[in-house]
Design a protein around this ligand. Structure first.
Ligand SMILES: NC(=O)c1ccc[n+]([C@@H]2O[C@H](COP(=O)([O-])OP(=O)(O)OC[C@H]3O[C@@H](n4cnc5c(N)ncnc54)[C@H](OP(=O)(O)O)[C@@H]3O)[C@@H](O)[C@H]2O)c1
Length: 269
């Protein structure tokens, strides 16, 4: 039995595990139909069947490797052509950690493809319809490592490409939010810390002894923040005023863009 046609639809990437699966479960329970995207079709089909049975959601499976341009194009077409699309969740990702000079160049490509190209292209595909309908939103799941640039590796991982790609998601979403003001469409970037999913297992790391947030709590924070219109959501950050202070510092540094004179420390003699 499929849900009533009036149900809004959410397209979630990386829905076969972890945070993406948690978004799918929560959104299905909240009354959404869902389009589930990831590579592992068997897992998506099992989840779709369960969401249908337990939440009455119509759950569609779209098996796709988002690093493959042809597969990405199919997901773009699905997002662009869906008049009921109310939410796009760009969540698929992987860590690819390692010292940059040793990391496989194909892993570098994959990190850029999934966290940058797929996010930008799917958002580009979904937004025109949402803007036309004056409704909807995009949630991009980045990472707190997006703001980790000045921190050396150890104990944080070697992460130059991953953190750089997640920083793209942060700046991309924040800048886009400015463009979309007044359109009725919202965008949000989520910066989780350590979360108990398969993310580190895929990397061969065992962090089960470390304190980790649940994927469900990440989703709870994200959707609460989304309802409040918060563009940047850090699920574990108690003092949210730090985000405004960070933005204030960025605005101050940015003022140099319109200053024609060389800073004193660079003037010779
Ligand atoms: N766990 C953490 O501590 C943590 C912290 C901060 C941010 N994040 C971010 O949260 C997001 C979700 O990660 P997670 O923690 O839930 O990890 P996860 O349990 O490993 O899930 C990752 C998901 O991404 C999908 N995926 C990976 N490569 C893909 C590809 N080439 N094409 C399509 N789908 C692909 C996987 O599905 P298939 O393998 O079936 O394709 C899976 O559904 C990621 O963007 C990650 O960077 C995680």
């Amino acid at each position: 039995m499929s849900g009533p046609r009036s149900r809004p639809r959410a397209l979630i990437t990386g829905a076969s595990a972890g945070i993406g699966a948690a978004y799918a479960e929560r959104l299905a329970r909240d009354g959404y139909d869902v389009v589930l995207v990831a590579r592992r079709r068997d897992r998506l089909e099992a989840l779709a069947e369960r969401l249908h049975r337990e939440a009455g959601a119509h759950a569609e499976v779209l098996a796709a490797d988002l690093t493959d341009p042809g597969a990405l194009a199919q997901v773009e077409a699905r997002a662009a052509g869906d008049e009921s699309l109310a939410l796009l969740v760009n969540n698929a990702g992987f860590g690819g950690y390692g010292p940059f000079v040793q990391v496989d160049p194909e892993v570098v490509d994959g990190l850029i493809d999934i966290h940058i190209r797929a996010v930008a292209r799917l958002t580009r595909a979904a937004l025109p319809g949402m803007v036309r309908r004056r409704a909807g939103g995009v949630i991009n799941v980045a990472s707190l490592l997006a703001v980790s640039g000045p921190v050396p590796p150890d104990p944080l991982p070697h992460r130059a490409t991953y953190a750089g790609a997640k920083a793209f998601m942060l700046t991309f979403t924040q800048a886009l939010a400015g463009e979309l003001t007044g359109t009725g469409v919202r965008v949000q970037v989520v910066l989780p810390g350590l979360v108990a999913t398969e993310f580190h297992t895929v990397l061969g790391m065992d962090l089960s002894a470390r304190p980790r947030m649940t994927a469900a709590d990440v989703v709870t924070a994200s959707l609460a923040a989304f309802a409040r219109g918060e563009v940047t959501c850090v699920p574990a950050l108690e003092d949210a005023s730090l985000l405004e202070r960070l933005a204030e510092v960025q605005r101050s540094v940015l003022k140099a863009a319109t200053t024609p004179t060389l800073a004193g420390r660079y003037r010779s003699g």
